[in-house]
Design a protein around this ligand. Sequence first.
Ligand code: ATP
Length: 380
Amino acid sequence: MATKIHIESVTKEFRTLGNTHVAVDDLTLDIPEGSFTTFVGPSGCGKTTTLRMLAGLETPTSGSIQFGETDVTDLPPQERNVSMVFQSIALYPHMSVRENIGYGLKIHGVPTAERNERIDEAAEVLQIEEQLEKMPAELSGGQQQRVALGGAFVQDPDVLLLDEPMSDLDAKLKSDLRVEIQRLHQELDTTVVYVTHDQTEAMTMSDQVVLLREGELAQVDPPKQLFDYPNSDYVAQFIGMPSTNVIDCTVETGGGTTVLSGSDISVPLPADIETIQSEHVKLGIRPQYLDVGTTGDYSFSLDVEVIETLGTESVVHGRLDDGSKFDVVSANVDAVSAGDQLDVSFDFSDVFIFDQAGETILFGAEHTKEAESAPTGSSQ
Ligand code: ATP
């Protein structure tokens, strides 16, 4: 039975050689029952430590963890009904695939007939029916990881913890396995907590994404919300490929208008926007929201350095007038080459404005939506 998880003010400190390192810092979070929740963030931000605390392999220094109504903070792993799959594939080399998948069931005394039924079901979803009687050494890396996943799923855990299970696989296997993990999740009544540093995995698989930064919660939201409404420049730059362009701007106010200026980009703000108090802000624009040409509200030109063709669209890596990097994703750059000057433009609805500390102070899309739905004659 899937369970909801509540993490309350959890901190985990490691003490080594007289130094204290805070790996997870006052984390409070709800993971809904039956959801697929992904922890994402750069190396060392505390993802695995959090997962290990959910598994019972680490004890929080302070704070508590609840599964449903039960406080599991100090419960050992075997009393939590969790299964865990790690990045390094741990199969028993002397057992067949069928025996590997069924091992957990066997030690829990599940009768052979029921065991085989559950193994066959998992093997079908994971497309390894043909491999069941083989030995692990006869399988590819992707097939071995499927076996490890099968072994975790057949145990019908309340919580399934997956720690970078795909990081050693090639791109094609990853994309196949992404779909199969989601299919398994749909078939079974389990809360899945997944750890990755790969934001594509986080964005494509999850009901909610938890982005960590140096042990602290940066933002938790469904993938689309995280993409459209990042609460900081850190989130905007971590989520989305290529990264959001962020330009340092000065705020110039005069003659009833406020203009954000950075490099050769100049953004006069819509008249109904309240004055920005600070003299400096950062302007964020996703590469996907830029148009080639000068049709948008604000245009400027880019020195094109490198073009990567992705198939239906290309990534143009360029530089602004002041030398800072700036990327554009577009389907209309077939005739563009390195060394060209490329005109690009964007609308106010495409921007994020961050304060100097990096916190989002304005979403262009939200402002535009509100302005469009305001009654005629109103300034808001
Ligand atoms: P990665 O993506 O590289 O696996 P992560 O986000 O999973 O990173 P953690 O493994 O949770 O990060 O580590 C968080 C921080 O805690 C790191 O700085 C790490 O060095 C430190 N840390 C983790 N485990 C221990 C330990 N047993 N003793 C001391 N420090 C530790």
